[in-house]
Design a protein around this ligand. Sequence first.
Ligand code: MGD
Ligand code: MGD
Ligand code: MO
Length: 763
Amino acid sequence: MGSKSHKTQKGTEVKEVLCWASPGCHDACRLQVTVEDGRIVKMSGNRNYPKTRMQGCGGRLPHLIKWLYHPDQLMHPMKRAGERGENKWEKISWEQALDEIADKLTQLKSAYGPECLAVKEGTYRSDLYPIRSRFLNLFGNPGNFVGPGTVCLTNRMALYYALMGTCSVIQKKGSSKCEVIDGWNLTESREISRWRHLRRRHRDGAVKLIIVDPRKTKAAETADIWLQIRPGTDTALYLAWLNVIIEENLYDEAFVKKWTFGFDQLRERVSQYSPDKVAEITWIPASKIRESARMYANNKPSILDGGVASDQIGLNSMRAEQARVCLRAITGNMAVGGGEIYVGPGPIIDGKMGIRDSMLQLDEKLSPEQKQKQLGADTYKLMAWPGWELMNQLYKETYGIPLCMSGHNFSAPEPLVWRAIITGDPYPIKALITWTSNPLLNAANTKQVYQALKSPNLELHVVMEHFMTPSALLADYVLPAASKFEKPNLSTFEDFSPIFTCGERAIQPRGERRSDYDVFRGLAERMGFSEYFPWETEEELADYRLKPLGITFEEAATKKHIIRSDEWWTYETLNPKTGEATGFATPSGKIELYSNILKELGYDPLPFYEEPPESPVRTPEIAEEYPLVLITGGRVKSLFHSENRQEGTGLREQHPEPLMDIHPDTAEKLGISDGEWAHIETRRGVIKQKARLTTSIDPRVVNVEAQWWFPEQPAEEPILHGLWQSNANVLTMNDPEVCDPLTGGWPLRALLCKVYKTKTETD
Ligand SMILES: Nc1nc2c(c(=O)[nH]1)N[C@H]1C(S)=C(S)[C@@H](COP(=O)(O)OP(=O)(O)OC[C@H]3O[C@@H](n4cnc5c(=O)[nH]c(N)nc54)[C@H](O)[C@@H]3O)O[C@H]1N2
Ligand SMILES: Nc1nc2c(c(=O)[nH]1)N[C@H]1C(S)=C(S)[C@@H](COP(=O)(O)OP(=O)(O)OC[C@H]3O[C@@H](n4cnc5c(=O)[nH]c(N)nc54)[C@H](O)[C@@H]3O)O[C@H]1N2
Ligand SMILES: [Mo]
């Protein structure tokens, strides 16, 4: 256990730490952290890593120490002493907490079966997902772990495995001649350093830039072409690009012939999507659709990159990415250096592979009958066991190791968990472990999540957290989690990457905090699975993972930092087993424009466009009352999801209030002025945010920020730290029929709303 290995640190040391997610972003920058007598006194970017030296992170870095030593950080395990939401707690020991939780889980398992447990987690904040799956597979749970991956980038990883048999993309930055950035605000969210580089090259005329976004983002201001798209219609746009590129013979015939499958079927399908027809769907003029398609196809190597927007439109969301895969493939941009090269697993050094997540997951411990019980496995098959089984077979044949099932490319859709708690259908979910997540803020349909977390049907809710969030207030046990600075890291990023990134533990966990590792291991030990968790510390686990490569974790974390393969394993690499080109781990061995796996799972093998579930076109009767198109999300530099809302870290202070973007013409008609609170209402509920008048947004669209709560407001019910005031997910929906049929992804963008003036301060 982390606390057993606690040593008092004397003197000053500089530790090599990975900064990722809480409270930062996903870029995994390298920090040098100065520790004096066990306390962090300084953090700075490591200048040897220009790509990740934290210069573009929007001023978060100087505030991380204040975040870590913030008085609201949780320090002790706690057990609920009143009703859920009353904020009454009893301090208990770790031994008592783990003993009681393990006992309750054992009891519930024997009464309702091991499927009665669900695990709720957030976006990639941990290198411990394989450990969570190891525990779940031993417990007999069918993979009822849920998280935002279903609507955030990892859903498309599942699709990549189906269409290409791999998902790790290597972009040789600096040699692209055209970059398309779709629904990704890269000056605020991810890869800010990439934007600086791209902007420089663009200014020098080395690269063309196309931005697809309903808002004129900073990148859109300088782009060669900005396509101001109607939210939720990206799939139609890319189908029209395919139409133009095929009709005008702008594709790479040799690559198409040798390395793709189903070109003729694709040609026929996209013939239905002429630029004129798609102009009506997308609000983008047909001439601009043609011009941008030609620019993408004629300036090779090109990169076609998308942010999270098109993953979050529910119905049809996976088809946007499917169309983009087809574009990359037929233009041959996977064959040219500087485009996007999809590579196999790693790291491999001297022919030996490190222990990837998939090699820790123990999927073989789960029986076929249990697998079938995974929530959603019968309906949303791509990201569940049915899809995994098909892809795993091909992956194993090609690469000799299993396909990862512990990352979020493989998970149950979370709305099904809330429903199973409330209704007991298809079976009761009785226990929930929430870690690295704040579901009342990030999951769609907050009212339903609230109902589930308050339900007496939920007999056990454990939350592992840094802070007392609204979701933690509805727990039975709250366990204080060690942060990234208080634990070491060794990561393949859910096996989406062929490398290991390594970072030291800067300090031992503060107070009684423990790493999430200790919780999963502690529960496993109490349930009779000790032999599968021989590693007492995460450093020992990391040593085990690196052993085949002949490197110790200490050396990796302090000197190497990133462990790469000698050479990337691509489709052209000669497979050591067969002596032939590896090809793609798909049924045809090629990139599948016409997907045999989607077909076998019962889906249309080709991409197609479908209207968003709620839209001026599909539901004009709803649009009469709710005339504006609503997008939610829009990242803000200093905030990370629902994090950094505590006052006193210097982060909340940079962006103290929730803002709604609205066009001045629209605001004028509604009588709303800049900086004024306004109500935003959908059929599901109503919230308020402050209006920011900006001509950068389409007059028919408004954007609200997501995941707002207010730690300064009272904790107890009914306030729950201002849960209901400005939380975008009060407005969103998650009914089965509005979700993406391949994955179960729910719509967070392209919804219908109305906006009106708030009459009084307390309104
Ligand atoms: N309406 C709307 N909703 C959205 C989005 C949107 O655009 N619009 N975006 C969606 C997307 S893309 C995502 S990825 C999700 C994100 O949603 P989540 O990733 O679930 O993010 P948070 O709600 O901030 O919850 C994370 C919690 O984990 C805690 N935490 C951080 N690190 C650790 C750790 O190491 N261990 C433990 N035990 N806890 C930790 C933090 O204190 C925080 O309270 O939100 C989704 N929700
Ligand atoms: N500071 C900070 N950084 C973060 C995060 C954070 O919370 N804060 N979250 C992290 C996570 S988990 C994620 S997933 C990423 C997300 O980062 P991004 O992918 O950049 O996500 P957003 O900023 O929500 O949305 C990007 C753009 O999509 C546009 N958009 C909305 N709807 C549509 C549409 O239908 N089509 C198109 N083409 N565009 C649309 C919006 O106007 C917005 O400018 O950021 C990561 N980095
Ligand atoms: Mo995300």
